[in-house]
Write a protein of this length. Structure first.
Length: 733
């Protein structure tokens, strides 16, 4: 087993953050402005824009490269709907009812005050495995055949798909030519050999399916380059890379044309390419079991884990599918990677997650093939379009609006509550709590009604014909994936601020109605003052029992709210004929929503981060990780089909003893046996983080786990940095 970067990938890694950094290209915007003015259907204009961009953009290639390609995010409004642009487009519909207009007003206000958020594009696993089997020429033939004699929207889609596939082909051939041009300047034998291999591979995979491991990886990366060029949003993920690349690797090894070290170098080079798209939320899924419970880990599983440990960067995110039969060597390598502190791999529990895909309509075979999108969202590769970031609701903000008469104390924006009540009406906790439940359900219904409108027009304004060409059924149906072209078509509601709401309800119940420390009517002024002058009260409220300590009566509130959140969404069917699913993870929205949330009754100061996903409020845990798990397990994991995050932070000293590593493995296995869905770890000490915030120039390579993804610490929002620093830190179990 190689435990170092190869000499060539070590050299490439030194320059990846400059040469492969994310760039925003105004040029693509200029292309679209010209084409949009032609007046043709939007999907054709977008396709022509992508094709022209791929055929004329800069080809960034170095003689030192092992793989051709340069992933780029492109900041252009036609690829990704902004909050308010989407709302304005919806308002252009003259057939809107008064109720729908009110929903748009409510959502716009909610977006401005941190009650709602939405990032709908991206968030899909293209059928890269299918592309590796067919090649581009066959897809082009399918698009032509599907469009033959077609009319209207079907004809437009087929033509758009054809244009984008041709653009992707040309892009690959341009890299082949660039490699040929560089080849003429080289004298070093190794460099000549490498560039010649690259040129030949690109010339082949621009048309045909790959037949070697190197060709397969090269096609995968260049196909992904076109994917990321089509739409701004990240979370465009690779799926089960160790499974669909393995047949190419196995054949080359059996034929004696590929050594393990050569394969490792190729994987490391791919990781370096992926890492150029910082904050791209590009996920690679590894491991897992088949329908007979047999382990599916292989040499590439280990190689990919090793590459993450050695390349040591924030991309790609690594999701390791765990099941009872996972081999010891995979566990051991996973622990070695975790020990580096980069937050990989996140661990996912097959026996819990597989049924969630079936619950959403996947066949058993499809469910067993799930991969992870972006952060933690389970999805069927090439067959599922889930809008996994379709809508997010800040739970504690609902309570805040109730206490402040619908007006946000941070922004001054007004949100019309379903019911208006004078706080003096409530002499006991239960009626107030029932009002909260009604407003809670109402806010979610507002979000769903918005999604129903937005989903109905999404394909009109933000189609993705290239990615659609890589999704099962789209070419054959002549329908974009955003219009329901593939098999599974879901919509998603996610949550943030869950622990904050539970703790705040307990504070109102106990502080107001049990201990009578203050009246309910006094709370709004105290919160607006951010507890200034009320520090003693804040301290008392902060010491009340909190979620995350295994306290049954508090966990029961979390469970009741969770069940209600799921119950509200489940009856709806989206405009593409699919179900609604729920996710309990927050990405970085617990920071951004927290910055728009004032002080809360649990003692939290104003405008700081909310709790991270299903984790408790930062720093309140009293009984360690096992108590946190007890609380988290009260959440209905089997009903959370869009994923869950539980983040735990351990001091690096914990991993210095092998018995601690074994204890960590046991902790994870017990948590999963009891129904846990996901768990991830930060392995870093508070002192290092504080010093990194003070001296960022000395910590440019420090990677931390945020919430479902990892990132360079110094590049994070300061409020996010403070949130990570504030998380409880464990030295033992």
């Amino acid at each position: 087993m190689l435990n170092r970067l190869t000499s060539r990938t070590a050299g490439l890694r030194k320059e990846y953050r400059s040469r492969y950094s994310t760039k925003m290209f105004a040029y693509r915007g200029e292309v679209y402005e010209k084409i949009m003015a032609s007046g043709q259907p939007r999907i054709l204009a977008l396709a022509e824009g992508l094709k022209e961009f791929l055929e004329t953009k800069e080809v960034n290639l170095s003689a030192d490269d092992i793989l051709a390609g340069h992933g780029q995010f492109l900041d252009w409004k036609y690829s990704n709907p902004g909050y308010y642009e989407e709302i304005e487009k919806l308002r252009e519909n003259r057939e809107l009812t008064e109720e729908q207009k009110q929903v748009l007003d409510q959502v716009e206000a909610g977006m401005k005050m941190g009650l709602f958020s939405r990032y709908p594009s991206g968030h899909v696993i293209p059928g890269y495995d299918m592309l590796l089997q067919t090649g581009y020429d066959k897809l082009i033939d399918t698009a032509r055949e599907a469009g033959r004699g077609a009319e209207g929207e079907r004809a437009d889609f087929c033509k758009a798909a054809l244009l984008t596939l041709q653009g992707a082909q040309t892009n690959i051939l341009r890299y082949a030519q660039a490699a040929r041009d560089l080849l003429e300047e080289q004298k070093e034998e190794e460099c000549v050999k490498r560039l010649s291999r690259m040129a030949k591979a690109c010339e082949k995979v621009a048309h045909e399916a790959p037949t070697s491991f190197y060709e397969a990886v090269q096609l995968l990366w260049l196909a992904h380059e076109a994917t990321t060029a089509e739409q701004v949003c990240g979370s465009l993920s690779f799926g089960r890379l160790d499974q669909y690349l393995y047949p190419f690797y196995q054949k080359d090894r059996e034929d004696g044309v590929l050594s393990r070290e050569e394969a490792e170098e190729i994987i490391q080079a791919l990781w370096i390419k992926i890492s150029g798209l910082q904050r791209g939320f590009q996920n690679v899924t590894l491991g897992g079991m088949d329908m007979n419970g047999k382990d599916q880990c292989n040499d590439l599983t280990m190689m990919c884990l090793e590459a993450s440990r050695l390349v040591h960067t924030d991309q790609p995110s690594i999701a390791l599918r765990v099941h009872p039969g996972m081999p010891d060597e995979v566990w051991e390598e996973a622990m070695r990677v975790l020990q580096t502190g980069i937050g990989f791999p996140a661990l996912f529990n097959d026996p819990v997650i597989i049924p969630t895909r079936e619950r959403m309509g996947a066949s058993t075979q499809e469910a067993y093939n799930y991969g992870i999108v972006g952060c933690v969202e389970p999805s069927v590769p090439g067959k599922e379009y889930g809008h996994t970031e379709g809508f997010r609701i800040n739970w504690v903000k609902i309570l805040e609006l109730m206490l402040h008469g619908g007006t946000c104390p941070v922004t001054g924006e007004y949100y019309a509550l379903q019911e208006q009540h004078d706080l003096e009406e409530f002499q006991t906790f239960e009626p107030f709590y029932q009002w909260l439940l009604r407003e809670f359900a109402y806010a979610e219904r507002v979000g769903i009604e918005y999604l129903q409108m937005a989903d109905a027009q999404f394909a009109t304004f933000w189609p993705t014909p290239y990615v659609s060409s890589l999704m099962d059924g789209c070419l054959e149906k002549g329908r974009d994936v955003t219009a329901g072209g593939t098999g599974l078509n879901l919509s998603t509601i996610n949550a943030a601020g869950m622990a904050n709401l539970v703790d705040s309800l307990v504070a109102i119940r106990d502080g107001v109605f049990r201990h009578h420390w203050l009246s309910l009517t006094e709370f709004p002024d105290i919160l607006r003052a951010d507890f200034k002058g009320y520090e003693a009260l804040q301290s008392r409220l902060s010491r009340l029992p909190k979620y995350g300590n295994g306290i049954e009566e508090i966990d029961a509130i979390y469970r009741e709210l969770s069940d209600l959140f799921i119950d509200v969404a489940e009856p709806y069917v989206n405009p593409r004929g699919g179900n609604y699913q729920i996710g309990f993870y927050s990405v970085e929205m617990h920071t951004f929503m927290g910055k728009l949330t004032g002080a809360t009754p649990d003692g939290k100061p104003a405008v700081i981060a909310l709790a991270n996903s299903t984790s408790p409020v930062q720093g309140i845990e009293s009984f360690g990780p096992t108590a946190i798990m007890q609380s988290v397990l009260k959440t209905p994991m089997d009903r959370l089909s869009n994923g869950v995050v539980l983040d735990l932070k351990f001091h690096p000293v914990f991993f210095e003893q092998s018995c601690h590593k074994n204890a960590m493995r046991t902790l994870i296995q017990v948590f999963f046996r009891q129904g846990g869905q996901e768990i991830q770890f930060n392995v870093i000490d508070k002192e290092t983080l504080l010093d990194a915030k003070k001296h960022p120039e000395e910590y440019q390579d420090l990677v931390v786990r945020v919430s479902g993804f990892s990132a360079f610490f110094v590049a994070l929002d300061p409020v996010t940095q403070d949130e990570i620093i504030a998380r409880a830190e464990y030295h033992d179990m």
